[in-house]
Design a protein around this ligand. Structure first.
Ligand code: NAD
Length: 374
């Protein structure tokens, strides 16, 4: 570990249970540990069968199944779910599904203070963070609140067997994005860096196996383990340019969440690369390459992921608007965020070019986590 150590690290107060079959075998025990006796199970309409399994396992402790989670957590959906929870006399919630279902659980927790148990079925990582998101009048607001951090997370790789390959790949790269930005976050730490590097190694090792054999439980387990590590990185640090780009592209232009992360990540990393030599060294080590941005893009393309923002429906005219929004407010990022710079990143991602500049200027450690404000 080169350089003088200088960091703060706060342990996120979540208990994690990880094993095949845990959704059914472990969730009731987790509820009991937390002293919860009246749980509302929430999920999306497509995740009902899995959520029903969990509800059945909970037996009398389940007071209802509410299958109304929707993408981007519309505020009216949260309000309706809060009414359902109150009417049922719920003393907690179990969210079963991807980031959208967990987002609904967090919305309920934010409004009511009810404790949340998360049973994730994608690699998005929301279950490991105190970050909530709510969409109102077409605008998505996000914030941090300890009350929305799930008290217990039940990781069951069997739930992810049904995740289609394309979604597995993009969801996996969504997780990688958390680890990448944690490696150069202003509030990173040696522990976070260890989790991030291991997360990248495990996820990129698992995804090719999943693409070939989606029902390979070992590969699914390694990917979910990686998702846990990457989600923990997200929960512990402040994200930079990459997450800001994706937030704007999803929020303002309606681009799909995981696919957008997948397309943008190599370009955002290439932009920051000159300022983050230590992060790049860690990523190159994890990816067994000397050009991490290009390796990330090659992996995603090889596994069939979309390759450009144009493919996702962005138009040329959107680029300027997006660049203005991404640079509109300051946030920590290792390289100064300029309109010209962001425009170049967006254009390269829009066209799906080979990312350039994925090599750092030097291996000096001092600039590795130093934030620059735009
Ligand atoms: P998602 O939850 O919307 O799921 C995507 C689709 O996959 C849905 O149609 C869902 O029904 C389906 N699906 C989920 N699991 C499945 C499975 N195992 N088998 C088959 N189909 C399955 O998408 P996501 O990518 O998991 O989450 C994205 C959302 O989460 C975004 O709104 C994003 O902002 C949010 N998010 C929040 C945080 C946070 O910390 N607050 C972190 C990451 C993502």
């Amino acid at each position: 570990m080169p350089g003088t150590l200088d960091f703060a690290y706060e342990t996120q107060p979540a208990r994690v249970v990880f094993r095949p079959g845990a959704a059914v075998s472990a969730t009731p025990g987790e509820a009991a540990r937390l002293g919860l006796r009246r749980l509302l199970v929430v999920c999306g309409s497509r995740g009902q069968d899995t959520a029903r399994m969990v509800a059945d396992a909970l037996g009398d402790v389940c007071v209802g199944l509410h299958a109304e989670a929707r993408m981007h957590v519309p505020v009216e959906i949260v309000e309706r779910a809060v009414e359902v929870a109150r009417a049922a006399g719920a003393d907690g919630c179990v969210a079963v599904g991807g980031g959208s279902a967990i987002g609904l659980g967090k919305g309920i927790a934010l409004r009511t203070g009810l404790p949340l148990i998360a049973v994730p079925s994608t690699y998005a990582g929301s279950e490991m963070t105190p970050v909530w998101g709510l969409t109102e009048n077409g605008a998505k607001r996000t914030g941090r609140d300890p009350s929305v951090q799930p008290r217990s997370v039940v990781y069951d790789p069997e739930l992810t067997l049904s995740l289609p390959v394309d979604l597995s790949v993009t969801s996996g790269v969504n997780a990688l994005a958390h680890a990448v930005e944690a490696l150069y976050a202003p509030d990173g730490s040696p522990l976070v860096s260890l989790m991030a590097e291991e997360g990248v190694r495990a996820m990129t090792g698992a995804l090719p196996g999943i693409a070939v054999a989606p029902d390979d439980l070992d590969a699914r387990s390694r990917a979910l383990y990686a998702a846990w590590l990457c989600g923990a990185c997200l929960g512990s640090t402040t994200m930079g340019l990459h997450h800001k780009l994706c937030h704007v592209l999803g929020g303002t232009f309606g681009l799909p969440h995981a696919e957008t992360h997948t397309v943008v990540l190599p370009y955002a990393l290439a932009y920051n690369a000159p300022e983050v030599p230590l992060a790049l060294t860690a990523l190159n080590r994890a990816l067994d390459t000397d050009d991490a941005p290009r390796a990330l893009r090659d992996l995603a393309r090889r596994l069939g992921a979309p390759g450009s923002l144009a493919e996702l429906g962005l138009t040329e005219a959107d680029l300027e608007v997006a660049a203005a929004q991404v640079t509109g407010q300051p946030y920590p990022n290792p390289r100064k965020v300029t309109v010209d710079g962001v425009r170049d990143v967006l254009r390269a991602a829009y066209e799906g070019r080979t990312p350039e500049g994925g090599v750092s200027r030097s291996e000096t450690p001092t600039s590795a986590r130093r934030p620059a404000r735009s």
